[in-house]
Design a protein around this ligand. Sequence first.
Ligand code: F6P
Length: 373
Amino acid sequence: VLDRSFDTKEAAFSMKKRVGILTSGGDCPGLNATLRGVAKALYQRLGEDHVEIIGISNGYSGLINGDWRVMQPSEFSGILTVGGTILGTKRTPFKLMRVVGEDHIDKVEAMKKNYAEMKLDCLLCLGGNGTHKTANLLSEEGLNIIGLPKTIDNDIFGTDVTFGFHSAMEIATEAIDRVHTTAGSHSRCMVVELMGNKAGWLTLYAGIAGGADIILIPELPYSIENVCAAIEKRAAQGKRFSILAVAEGVYDVKEARMKKKERMAKRAEQGYTTATNRIAKEIEELTGIETRICVPGHMQRGGSPSPYDRVLATQFGSYAAKMVEDCNYGITVAMKNNHVGENKLKDIAGKSRLVPEGHGMLEVARRMGISVG
Ligand code: F6P
């Protein structure tokens, strides 16, 4: 009698879809909720016996180094409300992907080799702009890739919103709310430095939600004279304090003409480490009003996702699961005019969505008398 158990196991194995998943870049609320959305929808639709989810640790670093494990369905339970990522994450810069370093590892070849070794049908990459560039590179190299747009910066091209943004907005808004009392009690200016090196969405939205008097974003170089004029106008109206919501990546109109390196060197020479240091100092010098800086920093990326982000993560995750079912690869999930859909990775990779001059929300700010510098 022939022992067919091996054949049967092999056949069962080959019938299982093997779906790799990783989280890459800066963490944010909603990553776990998205992992859960993908997993639960896959198990629900295909059946737990027909899909195996392979969790890759620490983003592309785990894919390069073969750091992965088969996940159990139970691992995706109880994580809807949990911040961070159960897979771990890391920044592995796209520009270094083709560079062979001292470890002599050809990263792209290593990723392809590990993808093959894991016998993946496809790989889901949750991340921001950098993650999507590498996702596109892997797709061009022939791997079956699906992206999912994550970032508190909300700057991924082709999607109206990314998961993480709304949660961060709530935290940033609370920071602005809370400095109001000290600003009022001490008749001070408070400069709240919010995350966003290139994109000002978080600062613009949290600034409006928190009732900031001045909102400065990287897309609109400011003039300190305009900022001080806005503060003095308020003082003349008897308003003894002003709140500024400032994105970490802002620069003034003079700096706008400089290259990044030159700008940083100039700031260092003047003794400023950050834009907000300089803005606070200049406000004190030019207006005589005592000024303090508040930096919520990584708090903006921490904690439980907001209900909006939980819903969005579940919408995006379950949509990605459908893309797996349909074998629709080389794409990333997106929200377009309130509908979940997808974009081709090649159409969005390497582009960012910044706040355009004339954007409706900038107009709202201006109409409300908020100075944008
Ligand atoms: O891209 C998200 C982001 O939070 C930016 O807003 C911020 O500038 C950056 O990441 C901070 O990165 P890190 O956690 O590596 O300091």
